[in-house]
Design a protein around this ligand. Structure first.
Ligand SMILES: NC(=O)c1ccc[n+]([C@@H]2O[C@H](COP(=O)([O-])OP(=O)(O)OC[C@H]3O[C@@H](n4cnc5c(N)ncnc54)[C@H](OP(=O)(O)O)[C@@H]3O)[C@@H](O)[C@H]2O)c1
Length: 311
């Protein structure tokens, strides 16, 4: 089967398609024949070498975390999932390798009929991350929440899941993405100088919590809510110096202790999808062989939704 690998840090051109034997599902895992998989900004940064201090790496690295496809092997102890089922999910956080024709999944849920294969590929990380952060912030009906970086692969899902809780969402994005944010249920505003004033003008009664999907402006985000404990970032490694929680799930990194993954969110996301209340915006879909082009799109920093590979 085809896999995507790299043996040294560098630009997208270090990515190679390499033939390897199929993996086998271990206890508690399933293996899928991959229909679509995903490219995430975290692994794009890792490939560039920018994360070499934070994330120890053993080469070769097989890329890809999330995927969607058809179950073709079921590991010991798995119940409720059978060969032939259509699912979406993620490899073990320490395993990776979903940009391949077959991958073993540690976390999965049935693919909603309402989603295309492209949408299903990119759902797992954004859904899990959003539940992890929204639950830590105890976001509930009636709250007003700022989602910073709302048009990206994570933010666009965070907006919809916040709206689904009955909260009001203010989302930051460039002007050309404001109609997109409205379509997801958020009140848009631009990021950059004057952000605090613009958000206060949109929410005169106050903001309960901030979900930071972009990074770089934590002092402003703290000023929006008035308390660093009501800001959670998934994108800003300076969080601790501001008294803000950096939420992640990677063990053995320099990012601080990991949070427990909120994988319970997948089943809720499936229900919301079938009710037409959760779509997974797709910024671009590329044949597996064009994985380097997918990394280039991610590196541009302005993808509107998830970046998907077609197998
Ligand atoms: N710790 C975790 O568990 C975890 C989980 C998921 C993601 N992440 C991290 O969270 C970040 C976002 O992930 P993602 O998947 O959403 O990335 P993404 O899809 O690549 O994000 C692209 C979006 O970022 C927006 N953006 C660019 N510069 C911005 C700025 N200065 N301020 C606000 N928004 C800006 C763009 O909006 P415009 O085009 O409108 O400008 C674009 O829509 C990444 O750093 C990722 O690694 C962490």
């Amino acid at each position: 089967m085809r896999t995507v690998q790299y043996v040294k840090y560098g630009p997208p051109s270090v990515l190679r398609i390499v033939e390897e034997p199929k993996p086998h599902a271990g206890p508690g895992e399933i293996r899928i024949a991959v229909r679509t998989s995903c490219v995430s900004p975290g692994e794009v940064r890792r490939r560039s070498g920018a994360m070499r201090e934070a994330l120890p790496t053993v080469f070769p690295v097989r890329t890809g975390y999330e995927a969607a496809g058809v179950v073709d092997e079921v590991g010991e102890g798995v119940t409720g999932t059978q060969v032939g089922d259509e699912v979406f999910g993620a490899a073990a956080i320490t395993g990776y390798g979903s940009n391949a024709d077959h991958v073993t999944l540690a976390t999965w849920a049935p693919k909603p009929t309402a989603w295309t294969w492209e949408e299903a590929a990119g759902a797992t990380g954004a859904v899990e991350t959003s539940f992890r952060v929204l639950d830590r912030l105890a976001v509930a009906a009636g709250h007003t929440v700022l989602v910073h970086g709302a048009a990206g692969g994570t933010g666009s899902v965070a907006v919809q899941l916040t709206v689904a809780r009955g909260a009001t969402v203010i989302g930051t994005a460039s002007g050309h993405n404001h109609d997109f944010l409205r379509s997801l249920g958020a009140e848009p505003t631009t990021y950059g100088p004057g952000l605090v004033e613009r958000v206060h003008a949109l929410a005169p009664s106050g903001v309960h919590a901030v979900f930071d999907c972009a990074g770089g402006v934590l002092p402003d985000l703290i000023a929006v809510v008035g308390d660093p404990a009501r800001v959670v970032t998934v994108a800003d490694i300076t969080a601790a110096t501001h008294g803000v929680h950096l939420s992640h799930t990677s063990p053995g990194t320099a990012l601080g202790p990991p949070d427990p993954p909120a994988t319970y969110g997948l089943a809720i996301a499936v229900e919301l999808a079938e009710q037409g209340r959760l779509r997974i915006p797709v910024a671009g879909a590329f044949p597996l062989a064009d994985v380097a082009a997918a990394h280039v799109l991610s590196e541009g920093g302005h993808a509107r939704g998830k970046i998907v590979l077609l197998h």
